[in-house]
Write a protein that binds this ligand. Structure first.
Ligand code: F6R
Length: 244
């Protein structure tokens, strides 16, 4: 693992965007794995700036998002489809048919999971996967569990995740209880993984991910086994690492 602790969240975003830009420059038809949530927003802002400055081009690139809530239509303001349009896709030139996000509103979510895995395989696998991390150590919506899950699957969100994500909805009651998420196997199959973490409430999850035992109770800890994993944090999220 490569671990970099920056002073500010903005620098984390700049660093992650720099890695994504380098990926796109060296392989214009890269397959990017993308995350939602607050943490990657500065990354997407920095990437948009690089696109507007003519440094990166998304016209041959494609993307697969980690997850989507079950039961939210793509057009719902709190869907991850909407989030990605607002935070990235409306501002860069990735063709719409190169963008893949699980359909949380599929009539048969299990079939949708299989379709999504097949689409990732057909695209040649993910070159660079962006990850955030939950306070409970989740990546994608792979919540703490007894086992690691391989492929895309339907997950029941942990109480902590519902509480953490309630800020995007009118109330916690409105947060969907399930999501379709790429599995740990999909994430580990990415050629390179870039995990971004900012804020003090991520410090324990970051520490356990890097220094703790590899366990499905801290899903991100499996990244210790990834051959190309870069972890970018600000001072707050890297706090327990710095105290060592
Ligand atoms: C989002 C995702 C989640 C988030 C995590 C952190 O696609 O897969 O794992 O990355 O919940 O979310 P924020 O960044 O909002 O703290």
């Amino acid at each position: 693992m490569q671990i970099h602790v920056y002073d500010h969240a903005q620098q984390v975003g700049q660093a992650a965007a720099t890695l994504l830009a380098a990926q796109l420059i060296s392989k214009p038809n890269s397959v990017l794995g993308l995350a939602t949530g607050s943490t990657p927003i500065p990354t997407y802002q920095a990437l948009i700036s690089l696109y507007k400055a003519g440094v990166v081009d998304f016209s041959s690139a494609s993307s697969f998002n980690l997850d989507e809530y079950v039961g939210l239509p793509a057009g719902h303001p709190c869907s991850y489809h909407s989030f990605m349009r607002e935070q990235l896709f409306d501002h860069v030139n990735m063709p719409a048919d190169h963008i893949h996000i699980p359909d949380g509103n599929a009539a048969d979510p299990q079939t949708e999971c299989a379709r999504y895995d097949q689409a990732i395989t057909a695209a040649g696998g993910i070159d660079m996967q962006v990850l955030g991390i939950g306070r409970n150590g989740h990546i994608g919506f792979n919540e703490p569990a007894d086992d690691f899950t391989y492929g895309t699957h339907v997950v029941t969100l942990a109480a902590d995740t519902i509480e953490a994500n309630a800020r995007f909805f009118k109330s916690a009651d409105e947060v969907p209880r399930q999501a379709v998420s790429m599995g740990i196997g999909n994430i580990m199959a990415a050629k390179c993984v870039v995990l971004v973490a900012t804020g003090e409430n991520k410090a324990k999850a970051v520490y356990d991910t890097i220094r703790g035992p590899i366990t499905p109770r801290v899903p991100a800890s499996v990244l210790q086994l990834h051959p190309c994993c870069v972890i970018l944090t600000d001072r707050e999220a890297g706090k327990l690492m710095l105290e060592e």
